[in-house]
Design a protein around this ligand. Sequence first.
Ligand SMILES: [Zn+2]
Length: 404
Amino acid sequence: MTSTLITNIGELMTQDLERRVLHGAAVVLEGERISWIGDTAAAPAADQQIDADGRAVLPGWVDSHTHLVFAGDRTAEFEARMAGESYAAGGIAVTTGATREASDYDLTRLLLGRVAEAAAGGTTYLETKTGYGLDVEHETRSARIASGVADQVTYLGAHLVPAGMDPDEYTDLVCGPMLNAVRPYVQWADVFCERGAFTEEQSRRVLTAARDAGLGLRVHGNQLGTGPGVRLAVEFGAASVDHVNYLDDDDVEALAGSWAAWNGPADARSQGTVATCLPACDLSTRQPLAPARRLLDAGVQVALASNCNPGTSYTSSMNYCVTTAVLQMGLSVGEAVRAATFGGALSLGKHVGQDTEGKRAVGSLAVGHRADLQMLNAPSATHLAYRPGMPLTQAVWRAGERIV
Ligand SMILES: [Zn+2]
């Protein structure tokens, strides 16, 4: 097993239990795991050594919300939106047409390219969703292809009711034959609970069926207006509710309440519903940014994710999300980095676990956790916000292997 020692780390943001930030630190990667963290002066020998020369090292980004299995292009829709047309949920149908027509080979190639782009930007753990197939055959195909590439896969048959179908009949399909067909390939189910997508009643049916099938739950909620999404997510004990742009006091209270009894990362029983903010999507749709500051102040655990998709957020840049969270959402650099690493891992159930292959924690740096790290060409993570848009990603390791 090859070991790598990284020395002279100017700022090591661990996101571990004590949220330690170490200076002059060193890390040893051994195989796929982190085997040592401490002072450079006390570091053990290793097969190879890398001098960070004062640069910052942090956990690789955990992107807990993407839609990467698709074909086709929606530049024209983006241009129309920038020219003043408002976003409605219907653009998904364009992507569905192109995705159904694409070959397995092309869909896989496109997906691999997008995952490689994300990795080049420092993302080392990634969830992706189905949702551009919208029939049994194509949802299953998307799930199968995604399961061979992404770390975790979410079934989003309930993304949009295909044109010409009765919404309740389609919901039956999503809860029955489609769910059964995708079940072997996915860990999660999700529903787009929004005006123009799925009603509260339909969303309730989807979440119930998915729960009964043993899947973890996620919800797209409160993106385009206030509505039942957030409260439904909390009621069902969903791991995450994503978008959360339009929240009333009851929504914030419900989310905060879901975390009230939580005793920290090891307490899975009292874990609440993570609020996942998607700032790149908010900017691309010119929607108000999600109130992440208010959620953190209320005691809610927050994640940042890219929502990379062809319609409303065609970027997997987590650097961009972190930059926006600091510059425009009122988060500190530490809070933004935590949301983009530990927060995403928390929402995917990957924030704990040591020394068991395949079950190692991601999103934080501690002995026994998976060796997912990124080095910035900067002395501190602050530079992500201080120097927005600059190519700061210097090196990336995924499961101990250097990939950038
Ligand atoms: Zn989404």
